[in-house]
Design a protein around this ligand. Structure first.
Ligand SMILES: *Cc1c(COP(=O)(O)O)cnc(C)c1O
Length: 379
C-alpha cells in the first residue's frame, strides 16, 4: 500500500458490530467478562481501547513500523522512551530541540540520575566523541525547532548500530509524509500528534512507533504502568486528521516554499531558516531524506530588535500569534518569549534562538492572503 492510501486505510478494518466506516468512539473504561478472565480482548481502557488501538495501528502503518502507541501528549510519549533507561545511563541529544523536551530531560530525568549531552548534530560525526559505556540512547529532532537544522538520520543510525544504542527521532516537524525515520535505521519514531498528524489544532496527543517486538513490549508495559494514555474521543479526532495528512502536507510545502522565497528577498529581513534553500548547510541531506521541505520557517529581522519582532507578530492578522504548529491555519510564534522561554538566554542564543527570531507554521490558506498579511506586518 502506498503512503497516500495508508493514511486512509492503513491498519484499519470496518467496525465488526455494524460495519461503521469510521471506528466508533468506545467511550468506556471497562468491558464485560462472561467469567473471570473471559473477554473479547479488552479488559480496562488504560491498557487497551478499541478506538485507541485503531489509531495506534494507523500510526504504525504511516511510519512503516510494526507497533504504534498513543499517549496523552507528545511529552508523555517522550517520557515513556526515557523510562526505558536507568540511573547512570546517558543520552546524546540534539542541542536545539523543542523546549519542552529540554525541560523534561533536564528538570525531571536528570533528577533521576539520567545524564544528557546536548550537542550540535548537523555533522553527525560529532556524536561519537560523546559515546561511552553508559550511553544508551541518541535523541534526534530533524528538522530542529526552531532553527530548521537538518540531521542525517542514516548517519546517526550507523553510529547507533556500531555502539549498540537506541536511536529515537522526533518526527513531529517532518511527518511521515516527508520522512520515515524507521526506514532510515531509527529504532523509535516519536510524534507530537498535536501538530501535523492531528492537523486541526483541536487535540493534544503523542505517538511512538517501533519495528522491534521486544522494544514494543517494553514500551507497552510503560504505557500501561505509567498510564499517560489518551482518551477515545481524542483518538478518533487524530485518526480523522491522519486521513488528510498527505493532501494537507502537500499544500503546507507549496505555501512554505512561496513564503520562504518571499521572505528571503525582503529588504528588512536578515536571515531565513528553511531547509529548501540550496545554501542551507544540510540542504543535500534534507533532499536525500525528505520528500519536500515542509511549512516550518524561521526568520530574523535586520537589527535583531526584540521590540520590532513583537510588533510584527502582533500586527499579523491571518497568521495567529500562538504556540504550537502543524494545523490547517497559519500560526506565528516568538520562540525567545514563548516556546523556548524555558531555555536559558545564553543557551538558546548559542543555537541561534535570538530575540528577533520569528517562527512561522505556514497553514493551507490561500497563498495570496498569507503573503499580503506578511507584507502589511513586516512593512
Ligand atoms: C509540540 C512538540 C513536542 C511536545 O508535544 P506535546 O504534544 O505538546 O506534548 C515535542 N516535540 C516537538 C518537535 C514539538 O513540536
Amino acid at each position: 500500500m502506498k503512503f497516500n492510501t495508508k493514511t486512509i486505510h492503513g491498519g484499519q478494518e470496518h467496525d465488526k458490530a455494524y460495519g461503521a466506516v469510521m471506528p466508533p468512539i468506545y467511550q468506556t473504561s471497562t468491558y464485560a467478562q462472561s467469567t473471570p478472565g473471559e473477554h473479547k480482548g479488552y479488559e480496562y481502557s488504560r491498557t487497551h481501547n478499541p478506538t485507541r488501538n485503531a489509531l495506534e495501528n494507523s500510526f504504525a502503518s504511516i511510519e512503516n513500523g510494526n507497533y504504534g502507541l498513543a499517549f496523552g501528549s507528545g511529552l508523555a510519549a517522550i517520557d515513556a522512551v526515557i523510562k526505558l533507561l536507568k540511573p547512570g545511563d546517558e543520552v546524546i541529544s540534539t542541542n536545539d530541540l523543542y523546549g519542552g523536551s529540554y525541560r523534561l530531560f533536564t528538570k525531571v530525568f536528570e533528577g533521576f540520575g539520567v545524564k544528557f549531552h546536548f550537542i550540535g548534530m548537523q555533522n553527525a560525526s560529532n556524536i561519537e566523541a560523546y559515546v561511552n559505556a553508559n550511553t544508551k540512547l541518541i535523541w534526534v529532532e530533524t528538522p530542529t525547532n526552531p532553527m530548521m537544522n537538518i540531521i542525517d538520520i542514516k548517519a546517526c543510525a550507523t553510529i547507533a548500530k556500531k555502539h549498540n544504542l537506541l536511536l529515537a527521532v522526533d518526527n513531529t516537524f517532518a511527518t511521515p509524509y516527508l520522512q520515515q525515520p524507521l526506514d532510515l535505521g531509527a529504532d523509535i519514531v516519536m510524534h507530537s500528534a498535536t501538530k501535523y498528524l492531528g492537523g486541526h489544532s483541536d487535540v493534544v496527543m503523542g505517538a511512538l512507533v517501533v519495528k522491534d517486538k521486544e522494544l514494543a513490549e517494553r514500551l507497552y508495559f510503560i504505557q500501561n504502568a505509567s498510564g499517560a494514555i489518551c482518551g477515545p474521543q481524542d483518538s478518533f479526532l487524530v485518526l480523522r486528521g491522519i486521513k488528510t495528512l498527505h493532501v494537507r502536507m502537500q499544500r503546507h510545502c507549496e505555501n512554505g516554499k512561496h513564503i520562504a522565497e518571499y521572505l528571503v528577498n525582503h529588504p528588512r529581513i536578515e536571515k531565513v531558516y528553511w531547509p529548501g534553500f540550496e545554501n542551507h548547510p544540510n540542504h543535500e541531506i534534507a533532499k536525500s531524506q525528505m520528500k519536500d521541505f515542509g511549512g516550518m520557517i524561521s526568520f530574523v529581522t535586520k537589527g535583531n530588535s526584540f521590540e520590532e519582532a513583537i510588533k510584527i507578530v502582533e500586527k499579523l492578522k491571518v497568521f495567529t500569534l500562538a504556540e504550537s504548529l502543524g494545523g490547517v491555519e497559519s500560526l506565528a510564534g516568538h520562540p525567545a518569549s514563548m516556546t523556548h522561554a524555558s531555555i536559558p538566554k545564553e543557551e538558546r542564543e548559542k543555537t541561534g534562538v535570538v530575540d528577533s527570531l520569528i517562527r512561522l507554521s505556514v497553514g493551507i490558506e490561500d497563498i495570496d492572503d498569507l503573503i499580503a498579511d506578511l507584507k502589511q506586518a513586516i512593512g
